[in-house]
Write a protein that binds this ligand. Structure first.
Ligand SMILES: NC(=O)c1ccc[n+]([C@@H]2O[C@H](COP(=O)([O-])OP(=O)(O)OC[C@H]3O[C@@H](n4cnc5c(N)ncnc54)[C@H](O)[C@@H]3O)[C@@H](O)[C@H]2O)c1
Length: 259
């Protein structure tokens, strides 16, 4: 789907990849940008820079998501491209998150990385289906394809987000709905700076601008999977061809990095 002339709604728009998606959509001639994030200077700055409509709120609040989509469509017009981009790395660096009895980090990761995609998708899809056109650009992660060592909450929720993206593509491709799953490894943003795990940087760190460009290339080409770091395709092929060997290799990596 071409970006030019479309209303584009972007979540996590105050952060690194979200800001870059906003700039990219504007450069490609989007008719209007609706930019959402937690209230803060990042959102204000990108709205001022791009002329986008800023609608701040917390995606863990289902009522906010309903209002966000309704306000966006009332003020900017029907949404053509939805970018579910907000995410959290909550739990990434918590040793013992797998065995901890506390659900808090799991709940946070689930609500932001998965449930917000569910709620946003179901708010925009009926209109898109009625119009016979629309595209979802879901910022997921290579961790949704491959599992990042030491990142159980992140990897599990990103796998779930990928399963949802696949489900929407399969169920609604025939209704004129396209889906693009953007699955980078390390990207130079605040989130990566917070994750002090060298594995996230091992295959190189890309700029948010480059990742956003590749994401919108995927939207415009009608491509489902976008892997900005090309090595991810090789790792996927290895995993698919010998799952047992892949688990063994990841165990070896973990043992070596335990020190
Ligand atoms: N940076 C990386 O290395 C990397 C790699 C792969 C995937 N990703 C994914 O890219 C997306 C964007 O992340 P980023 O790297 O730009 O990091 P970032 O931290 O700069 O941006 C994430 C944004 O999501 C917003 N957000 C978090 N929780 C929210 C909530 N409850 N309600 C509303 N907004 C909320 C944050 O405020 C922030 O602006 C995320 O989904 C992330 O998982 C990042």
């Amino acid at each position: 789907m071409k970006t030019a002339g479309e209303v584009v709604l972007i979540t996590g728009a105050g952060g690194g990849i979200g800001q870059a998606l906003a700039r990219e959509a504007k450069a490609r001639g989007a008719k209007a940008l609706v930019l959402s994030d937690l209230a803060g200077p990042g959102l204000e700055a990108i709205a001022a820079e791009t002329g986008g409509l800023a609608l701040a709120g917390d995606l863990r609040d289902a009522g906010f998501i309903t209002r966000l989509v309704a306000d966006a469509e009332e003020r900017a017009g029907p949404i053509g491209i939805l970018c579910c981009n907000a995410g959290t790395a909550a739990g990434w660096v918590e040793a013992g998150v797998i065995t901890s009895p506390d659900d808090a980090l799991w709940s946070l990761a689930w609500e932001v990385n998965v449930l917000s995609h569910v709620r946003l998708s179901r708010a925009v899809l009926p209109g898109m289906i009625a119009r016979g056109r629309g595209h979802l650009l879901q910022t997921i992660s290579a961790a949704g394809l491959l599992t990042a060592p030491g990142a159980a909450t992140y990897s599990a929720t990103k796998h779930a987000a990928l399963g949802l993206a696949e489900s929407i593509a399969i169920a609604h491709g025939g209704d004129g709905i396209g889906v693009t799953a953007l699955c980078p490894q390390g990207v130079d943003t605040a989130m990566l700076a917070d994750v002090k795990d060298e594995a996230t940087r091992a295959d190189g760190v890309m700029s948010a601008a480059e990742v956003a460009r590749l994401g919108f290339d995927g939207v415009e080409a009608g491509q489902f999977l976008v892997t900005p770091h090309q090595r991810v395709r090789r790792y996927m092929a290895k995993k698919a061809s010998d799952y047992e060997a892949w688990i063994t290799a990841m165990q070896g990596y973990t043992a070596r990095n335990r020190g």
